[in-house]
Design a binder for this molecule. Structure first.
Ligand code: K1U
Ligand code: ZN
Length: 172
């Protein structure tokens, strides 16, 4: 397992805008990618990560919503699809490891039904609500090249990108 570089909007905006490709087969190579992504996410730390955030344009997401002190609950989503969205929405202050230190409120459907392949390549269907619903929709947006700042005003979005550029420059 390895910790990979997380790409940010400061210097890898074009990659993060790519639409990711479906995965043909869940095999050991894909599981190695998912293991690396999970380790990268824990190291950041974060609660979710899409493959494009480590520069791999595949429709793969990892997530762990366990609270501090709880046992780890790693989850893997390959080729996820949203089958149903609730009419009611849930506002949530979102963050993104590709847009460090920026947080803002986004309104999304409060519940969604998702279908995906798990770590073993088995098909799973389940309903997500609360933080799970927020996070899976945020991560699935990454697969379409969409970032949470795309839901904000142009002014807020431009300011966010400038702030991240400054942050990344000062860290270099
Ligand atoms: O970049 C990402 O896609 C990961 C992102 C997921 C997310 C967070 C909040 C709302 C929607 C999606 C993050 O993990 S940001 C960091 C974060 O939320 C966090 C970090 C440490 C502890 C708890 C949360
Ligand atoms: Zn993100």
């Amino acid at each position: 397992m390895a910790i990979r570089e997380i790409l940010t909007v400061a210097d890898h905006a074009a990659i993060l805008k790519q639409v990711s490709e479906p995965v043909a087969r869940v095999d050991d190579d894909l599981r190695a990618l998912m293991d690396d992504m999970l380790e990268t996410m824990y190291d950041a730390p974060g609660i979710g990560l899409a493959a494009i955030q480590v520069g791999v344009a595949k429709r793969v997401i990892v997530m762990d919503l366990a609270r501090e002190g709880e046992d780890k609950q790693p989850r893997y989503f390959v080729n996820p699809e949203i089958l149903w969205r609730s009419e009611d929405t849930l506002p949530y202050e979102e963050g993104c490891l590709s847009i460090p230190e920026i947080y803002d409120e986004v309104d999304r459907p409060a519940r969604v039904r998702v279908r995906y392949l798990n770590y073993q390549g088995e098909q799973v269907e389940e309903e997500a609500e609360g933080l799970f619903a927020v996070c899976i929709q945020h991560e699935m947006d990454h697969l379409e090249g969409v970032l949470f700042i795309d839901y904000l005003s142009r002014l807020k979005r431009d300011r966010a990108v400038q702030k991240v550029k400054k942050l990344v420059r000062s860290a270099a």
